[in-house]
Design a protein around this ligand. Structure first.
Ligand SMILES: Nc1ccn([C@@H]2O[C@H](COP(=O)(O)OP(=O)(O)OP(=O)(O)O)[C@@H](O)[C@H]2O)c(=O)n1
Ligand SMILES: O=C(CO)[C@H](O)[C@H](O)COP(=O)(O)O
Length: 443
């Protein structure tokens, strides 16, 4: 759960980190438009997400798939990673019977559209099998309709379209495919007395990860034929299709971010990655004033050095409306004028775009003042006015912060101020601290 997490520092330019659950970064400021290449898949692809476990190893009461990250359960991030892939048709989420209502509420609240929820079983294999059976019930002949099934643990939210594509294509061709990673530690066998029996040559072995893909028939047959012992103790779908269908899975090395949230520390790491990925890009709205454009340009450079992409636009009309539909953060740059009405308009636009339903959005008002006093249509801006606006926005899951800086003719002083604005901006966007909402910080 949120309050169980400790914040972790993270490298913001690690090529193995996703830009968002579902996509991967370019690490070049200004180029991460989060648009995976268009893929063409000419066969139906469905997904089973087993989410019926209890998460015992986290030591928490709440199963890890339902733990909240910025107000949104982990399972919703995983679903989104699949739902945003245009060539994936349907997703079956398998949960314990007692969590069916909770899961249905999550689907509704976070507006998932491709999802069906079905009850799970007492082991992971039983849950997956229920999901596979549910796909088979979807109507028309199975072989035509459900050519490839992707199976992915609900607690591995950082999967990208590129990799799903590779697995789906290989599954179609080979009947089965799965993600692998190099082993981190050497695997050893122990004697019953707790001594070393033998050790495996690490270079020859790989860790089996998720996602895995199968043609429907292959995974269905494997589950039809496997034993009670497989259902009870088995941990590997690829093994079942080899043993019961003679299908040798194609193995594809995946990125390290495919790792499975298993322990409590993994929840903190997942939260850190999610925050990191939501903090990569911001959009500065200038209103077109020359001073605001100059400041936004200087900010663009300064935040670029902090690995954040900053798009500078005059307003959100026309084509620019697309910024409202993605995971952008917003900076309203205002110069000595009716800045609060500009922010109010921005908040209204954001509310209409409904992005704040998914996670808290950040809006930062950057006030450039030429004199000692800020003014709105000639009157000083009251910090209380920003606080009131921020309190109302917070109820709509929008976090509004203010930063004030003074115009200076002294170049060095000016550059120092701009770079402080960049640092504060980056920290506010990264941390999304509720405690600082409505504050007018000085740069
Ligand atoms: N009866 C089960 C057991 C597990 N899973 C799912 O299988 C995935 C991977 O399993 P694991 O990490 O072992 O999850 P848990 O069983 O919940 O964890 P633990 O073993 O710590 O209890 C998870 O998404 C989990 O919800 C499932 O659908 N049904
Ligand atoms: O990697 C996997 C399959 O290859 C599974 O995620 C893994 O087997 C799940 O197992 P467990 O429930 O023991 O964590």
């Amino acid at each position: 759960m949120e309050d169980h997490h400790k914040k972790m520092q993270s490298d913001s330019c690690d090529p193995d980190r996703p830009t968002h659950p579902g996509t991967f970064p370019t690490c070049e400021a200004g180029k991460s438009d989060h648009q995976p290449a268009e893929r063409s898949v000419d066969f139906p692809v469905s997904v089973v997400l087993p989410a019926g476990g209890t998460g015992e190893r986290t030591g928490l009461q709440t199963p890890k798939q339902f733990c909240l990250f910025m107000g949104r359960p982990l399972i919703s991030y995983t679903i989104q990673a699949f739902e945003r892939v245009s060539w994936i048709q349907s997703i079956v989420v398998v949960v314990a019977r007692e969590h069916m209502d909770l899961m249905t509420d999550i689907v509704q609240q976070f507006q998932h559209t491709k999802v069906r929820v079905v009850p799970g079983g007492s082991t992971r294999h039983r849950s997956i099998y229920n999901g596979v059976l549910a796909l088979g019930e979807e109507g028309r002949p199975v072989v035509d309709k459900l050519k490839v099934v992707l199976i992915h643990d609900a607690v591995r939210p950082f999967v990208e379209e590129d990799f799903l594509y590779k697995i789906a294509m290989a599954a179609k061709e080979q009947g089965a495919a799965g993600a692998i990673r190099p082993l981190v530690s050497t695997v050893i066998a122990t004697t019953s007395e707790g001594y070393l029996d033998h050790s495996l040559e690490r270079a020859k072995y790989r860790a089996s990860e998720m996602p895995q893909g199968f043609t429907y028939d292959v995974i269905y047959q494997a589950y039809q034929k496997c034993s009670e012992s497989d259902f009870e103790f088995g941990t590997e779908c690829l093994h079942l299709v080899l043993q019961y269908c003679g299908t040798n899975a194609k193995l594809i090395q995946g990125p390290p971010t495919l790792w499975k949230v298993t322990y409590k520390r993994d929840l903190a790491a997942a939260e850190s990655i999610i925050k990191d990925t939501l903090s990569r890009s911001a959009c500065a709205i200038t209103g077109g004033s020359a001073q605001a454009v100059t400041l936004a340009g200087a900010l663009q450079k300064a935040v670029g050095a902090l690995n954040m992409e900053l798009a500078v636009i005059p307003d959100l009309t026309g084509e620019n409306g697309r910024y409202l539909l993605k995971d952008w953060n917003f900076i309203q740059v205002s110069v000595n004028r009716s800045c609060l009405s500009e922010v109010e308009a921005l908040l209204t636009d954001l509310e209409a775009a409904k992005q704040a339903l998914l996670h808290p959005l950040v809006v930062i008002l950057v006030l450039l003042s030429g004199s000692d006093e800020l003014s709105v249509s000639g009157r000083a801006v009251e910090p209380e006015a920003i606080m009131d606006l921020a309190s109302a926005a917070k109820l709509r899951n929008i976090l509004l912060y203010g930063i004030q800086l003074h115009q200076s003719k002294d170049t060095q002083r000016w550059e120092r101020s701009v770079s402080r604005v960049a640092e504060i901006t980056s920290a506010l966007i990264r941390d999304r601290s509720p405690a600082l909402v409505g504050q007018l910080l000085q740069a």
